[in-house]
Design a binder for this molecule. Sequence first.
Ligand code: DQA
Length: 141
Amino acid sequence: MKILVINGPNLDRLGKRDTSVYGTETLDEIERKIKNLADELSVEVDFFQSNEEGEIVKKIGEADAYDGVIINPAAYTHTSVAIRDAIETLKIPVVEVHLSNIHAREDFRKKSITAEVCKGQICGFGSSSYLLALRYLSGKL
Ligand code: DQA
């Protein structure tokens, strides 16, 4: 089983962003945690991060070879019809994740236009949001 983990804009800056919202872990540290769990679950994982909407759309378009996708579209969650449309083309399960609880924040963050075409959304658990998504996709929740 092979899972693709996609992170959107500014998630490469974790550790420097508001730590009261996003915690102190860097993206490298989060990816290491995901990789450790993936090894435990005998799942292969690939990681992709981009600050560019078009690059994320392109990567989703190449995801057919995977068994599932975990995506944190970051700010594009609330704005990107292009990423939503790309997710909609996939036949494999896609789980949207967020570090923060987007429903407990500013009104503009409460609406996810991408989650509507995902299998589900996990948010508010910090890096554990990714780990829960991985456990779900691996079938070993
Ligand atoms: C985020 C929430 C988004 O609203 C925000 O723009 C991010 C991070 C999260 O993981 O909590 O960049 O996706």
